[in-house]
Design a protein around this ligand. Structure first.
Ligand SMILES: Nc1ncnc2c1ncn2[C@@H]1O[C@H](COP(=O)(O)OP(=O)(O)O)[C@@H](O)[C@H]1O
Ligand SMILES: N[C@@H](CCOP(=O)(O)O)C(=O)O
Length: 291
């Protein structure tokens, strides 16, 4: 048997749609695998009742098939599904690392990224790698068509998760198909600023680089209370705020000692809009690990 803890992640970070991602120190899924004749799946933990155990519908089933590694797979969910915190991706990343070892496939973590992304295609219709990459590699990752690059970084974060779920598949419907040249120039500037901020572990630069006027406004409109939560986070000291992944979570970057205030302000703002919410005070973290 092999057991892996795979962390939650926050994708896009505003300016890096389908490209940027960070691993969070918490929460995380725990995935255990045992060799079997055919793949079976058992899910417990946060939101387990909303997650299919059919291998054709669960992200880990696609991973087992891609690695030709049938197994009994147990998933203990620490990350609620439809959260915008890479819930489906964490299970896929954990299964990829565990099955690669169980079946001695000898693939590197970088080589496991596209395999784990197959799981994402099952649930969202797109094999986007921006969640599985940081869940496998840790830190800040840049996933592009020609591979993935990871940067070790140390940035304080707050992820606030409102109760109302949003599925990635639905949230991809509101992504615009076209951008203007002005929007492209702004996005490139933001993305470059954010990358520099991650390389220098500078939360102020990261916050400036989260600005995005292309995808984020449409996604934010799907989240009840987003504008108030974002404004409250900035008032409480956040350097930048954006939609985490496809939402509904909201990601804020701030100084380490402002995390409690920022977390409290966002939860309060959501609650004033009739949305229960919880906040994770966290940091950029490591990738999946054997436990
Ligand atoms: N192992 C898994 N963990 C979480 N969700 C899964 C898993 N396998 C399939 N799903 C399905 O994926 C969807 C959640 O994924 P997604 O919409 O991308 O949200 P998130 O941003 O939390 O990953 C739900 O419909 C859920 O049933
Ligand atoms: N790039 C994807 C990221 C989805 O992240 P998730 O945590 O919501 O699954 C997108 O924005 O659609």
């Amino acid at each position: 048997m092999r057991t892996v803890r795979a962390p939650a992640t926050s994708a896009n970070l505003g300016s890096g749609f389908d490209t940027f991602g960070v691993a969070l120190e918490r929460p995380a899924d725990v995935v255990s695998v045992e060799r079997a004749e055919r793949t079976t799946i058992e899910v417990t933990g946060a939101g387990a009742q909303f997650i299919p155990e059919d291998p054709k519908k669960n992200t880990v089933g696609a991973v087992a098939e891609a690695l030709d590694a049938p197994a009994h797979i147990r998933i203990d969910k620490g990350i609620r599904p439809a959260s915008g915190l890479g819930s489906s991706a964490a299970s896929a990343a954990g299964a990829a690392l565990a099955l690669n070892d169980l079946y001695d496939r000898g693939l590197s973590r970088e080589e496991l990224v596209p395999i784990a992304a197959e799981g994402e295609a099952v649930v969202s219709g797109a094999a986007h790698a921006d969640n599985v990459a940081p869940s496998l590699l840790g830190g800040f990752t840049i996933a592009t068509a020609d591979g993935v690059r990871a940067v070790d970084t140390n940035v304080p974060l707050v992820a606030c998760l409102p109760e109302e779920p949003i599925s990635t598949r639905d949230a991809r419907e509101v992504v615009p198909n076209h951008v203007t040249i002005e929007e492209m120039v702004t996005t490139v500037g933001s993305a470059a600023t954010l990358t520099l901020g991650m390389c220098q572990s500078d939360p102020k630069l990261v916050g400036r680089g989260m600005v995005d006027e292309v995808v984020t406004p449409n996604r934010a409109a799907l989240i009840t209370g987003y504008e108030d939560a974002a404004a409250a986070a900035v008032d409480a000291g956040a350097y930048g705020v954006t939609v985490s992944g496809s939402g509904p979570s909201v990601l804020a970057v701030c100084a380490p000692d402002r995390r409690r205030n920022v977390a409290g302000a966002m939860v309060e703002a959501f609650e004033a809009n009739g949305e229960k919410a919880r906040a994770y005070r966290t940091w950029t973290g490591d990738g999946a690990e054997f436990v």
